[in-house]
Design a protein around this ligand. Structure first.
Ligand code: PEP
Ligand code: MG
Length: 585
C-alpha cells in the first residue's frame, strides 16, 4: 500500500480506481527520413480522430441535443478541409517533416490566421483548429487526450486541473480527484466542493497509480493506493456513515432556516451548471444565490449564442418554480480561461482583464448574455448580478446596457421579464463605496473568495500562500460587516456567495451582523440549516468567534466619514421584507 498526503478540499471518503490524466507534452521531433511512412501515420491518426469525434458527437447528441453536438461535426469537417490537409501533406512530403510537426505547425498557423480576422464567427474557429490539431498531435505522440469514457466510476489523478477541464469531466462517474498543483481557493477546488467530491491538492502523484484501487481520505488529507483489506473496510464504513448522516439531514427539508430566538435567514444554493439544479431542489434550497454563468462559456468551444443561453437560464428559472435565481454575468479571466476569448497572457491575471472589465469593453458578448437573461426572466424569478465591481460608474454603465437590451427586446416584440439588479462586493473598493453603490442596486452579494484575496493581497491561486489566506482575518470580517450596514442603510439586502458563507464556525457571527442570505453548495444547505436552527441569538452569551466590533481597541476601525448606525434590527422577523424593493433606476 502506498500513502501520499496532500491538502484536503472536502472532508469525505472516495473509493475507486485511479484514472491518471497524463498532461505531459510529448516531445515533437521535427524531421523524418521516410515521408511515405509519415503520410501513413498521418492518415491513420486522422481516421482515429474522426472516430473519436463521431463518438463524442453521438454522446453529446443524446446528452445535450444535436445543437450542442454540432461542434464535433464541424471538427470532423475541419479535419477534411482541403487547405488544412494540403498544408500538412506539403510539410510532410516536400519538407520532410514528421506528421506531428506538420499538424502542429499547420494548426498554429491556421489558428493565428483565424484569430486575426474581424468576423467574430471566424475568430472563434481559431480555438477549433487548435483543438483538432492538438487531438491529432496527441494521437500521433501517444499522449492522453483526457479521461476516456469509462463505465466504472473513477478517481482522477493529475498534475493539475483547469476549471475548464474539471467542468468537462463526467460528473456521474467522478468519485474524487487528486492533483499535485492547485490551491485550496482556486476555482477547481471550489468546483470540487460544489460537486461534493473529496479532493486533494499538493500531493506527490505517480503515473504508476493508473488503474489501481485507491481511497481518498479527505479527513486525513491522504490517498491510499492499493489499500489493505482492513483499511478498505474501515473507510468504506466511514463512507457509508457519511451517507447516512446526509440522509438524516433530509428530515430538515421543508423547515425554515430560523434560530431558536426566531431570527430567520435565507439559505440559497451555488451552481455552475443546469445539471446542478436537481441537487438544489433535492436539498430544499430557498433559491439560487450564485449561478456561475461563466461555466456555460467554459463548457463551450465557441461563444454560446443568445438562444443557447436563454434555453439554459429558462430551464433553471422554470425548475426553481418562482424561487429566486441570481445569475452572475460572465466572470471569465484569471484562472477561468476559454481559448476562444483569445485573452492576452497577463503578468497579474487576478488583477487583470476579467469579468465586468471584459463585458464593458466587449459589449456584444455582454449584450448577448443580458438579452438571454431578460428573456429567461419571463419564466421565473430572475436576478442579475455584476461581478468585480470597483466603481459606481461601472454599475451605471452595466445598467444602461441592460436598459438598452430591454428596449431592443421590446422593439423586437420578444417576451421579457423584470429582473432584480445586484452586484458582487468582492473588492475593497466596492466596500468603501458601498453606500453609493447601494443606491444603484437592490442587493449585494459578498464574494468572500476574492474579497479575501484583494484585501489581504494574497493570490488565491498560489498554493504557497494558502497558510496566509486567513478568511477569518479581522479585516475581512469588518469589511463584511461594513457592507451589511451600508446595504441596510439603503434598503439593499445583503448576502454572501463566497465560500465563507458555508463556514459554520461563522454562522452565528453572520447572523449577528444581520446578513440576509447565505449561498452555499447544494449539499451544504441542510447542514447549515441544522446549525442555524440550533443557534440562540437571544441568549446572553456572546458569540465565541470574535466579531469585528469586538476587536481590541487598537484594531478598531477608523471612524467612518458618514455615521454608521447599528444595522437595522430586524427583531425576530424574517429580514426578507427587504427583498423586492424597486430600485430600478
Ligand atoms: C467570490 O469571489 O467569492 C466568488 C463567489 O466568486 P468566484 O469564486 O467565482 O470568483
Ligand atoms: Mg469572485
Amino acid at each position: 500500500m502506498i500513502t501520499a498526503t496532500g491538502k484536503s478540499i472536502l472532508k469525505g471518503i472516495a473509493i475507486g480506481k485511479v484514472k491518471f490524466l497524463a498532461k505531459k507534452q510529448a516531445e515533437i521531433k521535427e524531421t523524418a527520413a521516410n515521408p511515405a511512412a509519415e503520410m501513413k501515420r498521418y492518415e491513420d491518426a486522422r481516421a482515429l480522430a474522426t472516430e473519436q469525434l463521431q463518438a463524442l458527437y453521438d454522446k453529446a447528441a443524446v446528452e445535450a441535443g444535436e445543437e450542442h453536438a454540432a461542434i464535433f461535426e464541424i471538427h470532423m469537417m475541419m479535419l477534411e478541409d482541403d487547405d488544412y490537409v494540403e498544408s500538412i501533406t506539403d510539410l510532410i512530403n516536400s519538407e520532410g517533416k514528421t506528421a506531428e510537426f506538420a499538424v502542429k505547425t499547420t494548426g498554429e498557423n491556421f489558428a493565428e490566421m483565424f484569430a486575426s480576422m474581424d468576423d467574430e464567427y471566424m475568430k472563434a474557429r481559431s480555438a477549433d483548429v487548435r483543438d483538432i490539431s492538438s487531438r491529432m498531435v496527441n494521437i500521433l505522440t501517444g499522449a492522453d487526450t483526457g479521461p476516456a469514457d469509462s463505465d466504472e466510476p473513477f478517481i482522477i489523478v493529475a498534475e493539475d486541473l483547469a476549471p475548464s477541464e474539471t467542468v468537462q469531466l463526467d460528473k456521474s462517474k467522478l468519485l474524487g480527484f487528486v492533483t499535485r498543483l492547485g490551491s485550496t481557493n482556486s476555482h477547481t477546488a471550489i468546483l470540487a466542493r460544489n460537486m461534493n467530491i473529496p479532493a486533494l491538492i499538493g500531493t506527490e502523484i505517480s503515473e504508476d497509480w493508473d488503474g489501481k484501487m485507491a481511497i481518498i481520505d479527505g479527513y486525513k488529507s491522504c490517498i491510499y493506493i492499493e489499500p489493505e483489506e482492513e483499511l478498505l473496510k474501515t473507510l468504506d464504513e466511514k463512507r457509508i456513515f457519511d451517507l447516512e448522516q446526509r440522509d438524516m439531514l433530509q428530515q430538515l427539508k421543508g423547515l425554515p432556516n430560523v434560530t431558536l430566538d426566531g431570527t430567520e435567514i435565507n439559505v440559497y444554493a451555488i451552481i455552475g451548471n443546469v445539471s446542478d439544479v436537481g441537487m438544489v431542489l433535492d436539498n430544499d434550497a430557498g433559491g439560487i444565490g450564485l449561478f456561475r454563468s461563466e461555466f456555460i462559456y467554459l463548457n463551450s468551444k465557441t461563444f454560446p449564442t443568445e438562444d443557447e443561453q436563454f434555453g439554459i437560464y429558462k430551464k433553471v428559472a422554470e425548475a426553481l418554480g418562482g424561487k429566486k435565481v441570481i445569475i452572475r454575468t460572465l466572470d471569465i479571466g484569471a484562472d477561468k480561461q476559454a481559448d476562444y476569448f483569445n485573452l492576452p497572457k497577463e503578468e497579474n491575471p487576478a488583477l487583470g482583464y476579467r469579468a465586468i472589465r471584459i463585458c464593458l469593453t466587449q459589449r456584444d458578448i455582454f449584450k448577448t448574455q443580458i438579452r438571454a437573461i431578460l428573456r429567461a426572466a419571463a419564466f421565473g424569478k430572475v436576478s442579475i448580478m455584476f461581478p468585480m465591481i470597483i466603481s459606481v460608474s461601472e454599475v451605471k454603465e452595466a445598467k444602461a446596457i441592460l436598459e438598452e437590451c430591454r428596449q431592443e427586446l421590446i422593439a423586437e416584440s420578444k417576451e421579457i421579464g423584470e429582473v432584480e439588479i445586484g452586484i458582487m462586493i468582492e473588492t475593497p473598493a466596492a466596500v468603501m463605496l458601498a453606500d453609493e453603490l447601494a443606491e444603484e442596486v437592490e442587493f449585494f452579494s459578498i464574494g468572500t473568495n476574492d474579497l479575501t484575496q484583494y484585501t489581504l493581497a494574497i493570490d488565491r491561486q498560489n498554493p504557497k500562500l494558502d497558510p496566509f489566506y486567513d478568511s477569518h482575518h479581522p479585516a475581512v470580517l469588518r469589511l463584511i460587516e461594513k457592507t451589511v450596514q451600508a446595504g441596510h442603510r439603503h434598503n439593499c439586502w445583503v448576502g454572501i456567495c463566497g465560500e465563507l458563507g458555508a463556514d459554520t464556525t461563522l454562522t452565528e457571527t453572520f447572523l449577528r451582523m444581520g446578513l440576509d442570505e447565505l449561498s452555499v453548495n447544494p449539499d451544504g444547505i441542510l447542514g447549515l440549516r441544522k446549525v442555524i436552527r440550533e443557534l440562540d441569538l437571544g441568549a446572553a452569551k456572546e458569540p465565541e468567534k470574535k466579531t469585528p466590533s469586538e476587536a481590541p481597541a487598537e484594531e478598531a476601525p477608523a471612524p467612518a466619514e458618514t455615521p454608521e448606525p447599528e444595522p437595522e434590527k430586524q427583531g425576530k422577523k424574517s429580514r426578507f421584507s427587504l427583498f423586492g424593493k424597486n430600485k430600478n433606476k
